[in-house]
Design a protein around this ligand. Structure first.
Ligand code: UT7
Length: 337
């Protein structure tokens, strides 16, 4: 495993002082999908654990979801937006090609003293973004960062492709990362990975520079997400297990020290297989894919917000966030909450 710096002790700790989420009201159930394509609630539930997903309407965009999640996180942290130094929005369904979705959020919440940018790492976007914000807080450069995962995946979903359209939903989650007091550990360690050779198994190819909107597409389906689910399945399990084990080793922790594992919600069966290999009991895993489907970069912060709001994690607990997704990308953050 790479990027281990065992003897690094940052001057400051980065703690999560607020969390929030925003979910669109409109719901699409498995039974609704069964009226649109050749599928069934039984097939979707047994293969993925998904029962429904929330979907945006035409007036709901990624920046809107991100802004509402940010407001909730700021309120919980009791932080004035003017005290934010940095805003990162992890997304692969941005508001526009440019400017960044993060800039729309910055304007909407009036975070006049923050700089802001988007990060594209698909389902690993939030854990990637958290590890970047962590660096700025730990080295003392900044005091407060807002990290958001926000997606409107249903706007790039091919509703005729039963292999993919059953999986995805929309939503946003956010956390405030603050400089902590000396006795608060906060984010103890983050470890991120990528393998660009695996880009073909999960992607949305139009409209970037390879397939610009000014040219007719050779395959009109390139405007939609395309996935080779089978090829992702086993690798996701393997990467989650090895990344979590590496992070625990690095922190001098064992699996028994973990109070809660919050995985990217890509498929309940993938998460269950991974936690079985990790030897984690069911009560230490948070799963909410049944309600939201796969919301890519939004899934970890939405799950974190729900988990914390439900009192399933308390101050001092060891929480591991882990994600795997398109790119390929994967990574984990170990947090003392
Ligand atoms: O966050 C990272 C992104 N997430 C992923 O990439 C998801 C990872 N992969 C998965 O979750 C699973 O591979 C899926 C849930 C997507 C698919 O499950 P699977 O067990 O790997 O199914 P499969 O693609 O191998 O297809 C098995 C059968 C096929 O029929 P035949 O060829 O055996 O007759 C499919 O045509 O199931 C059929 N099928 C469906 N049947 C009913 C595929 N999708 C559906 C459907 N309803 N929605």
């Amino acid at each position: 495993m790479n990027n281990s710096v065992n003897d690094y002790h940052p001057p400051y700790n980065a703690i999560i002082s607020g969390h929030g989420s925003f979910i669109p009201d409109k719901i699409l159930t498995n039974d609704d999908l069964a009226k649109m394509i050749d599928t069934s609630d039984e097939w979707i539930t047994s293969r993925t654990g998904i029962k429904k997903r929330h979907i945006t309407n035409d007036n709901e965009s990624t920046a809107l979801l991100a802004t509402e999640a940010a407001k909730n996180a700021l309120e919980r942290a009791n932080l004035d937006p003017k005290d934010l130094d940095l805003i990162i929005v992890a997304t692969v369904t941005p508001e526009m090609v440019f400017p960044s979705t993060a800039n729309f959020v910055q304007a909407a919440i009036k975070a006049n003293n923050a700089w802001s940018f988007d990060l594209a790492a698909a389902c690993s976007g939030f854990v990637y973004a958290l590890s970047i914000a962590q660096q700025f807080i730990e080295n003392g450069r900044y005091k407060n960062a807002l990290v958001i995962g926000a997606e409107t995946l249903t706007k790039i979903t091919d509703w005729t492709d039963r292999a993919s359209c059953i999986l995805f939903g929309d939503g946003a989650g956010a956390v405030i990362l603050e400089r902590g007091k000396e006795n608060q550990k906060g984010i103890m360690y983050s470890s991120m990975y990528a393998d660009g050779n695996g880009w073909e198994v999960l992607n949305c190819q139009a409209y970037g520079s390879r397939y610009p909107s000014s040219k007719k597409l050779d395959d009109p389906k390139k405007i939609y997400m395309q996935i080779k689910g089978r090829e992702v399945y086993q690798q996701a399990i393997r990467r989650i297990v090895e990344t979590v084990n590496h992070c625990l080793d690095h922190c001098g922790l064992t699996i028994d020290d973990v109070d809660m594992l919050i995985s990217h919600q890509m498929n309940a069966r993938i998460i269950e297989s991974a936690v079985k290999r990790l030897n984690l009991p069911d009560e230490k895993i948070f799963i909410n894919i049944n309600e939201y489907g796969n919301t890519s970069s939004a899934s970890v912060p939405i799950a974190f917000d729900e988990c914390a709001s439900q009192g399933r994690i308390k101050k001092g607990d060891i929480v591991v966030l882990v994600a795997f997704g398109a790119g390929l990308t994967w990574g984990a953050n170990v947090i003392e909450f």
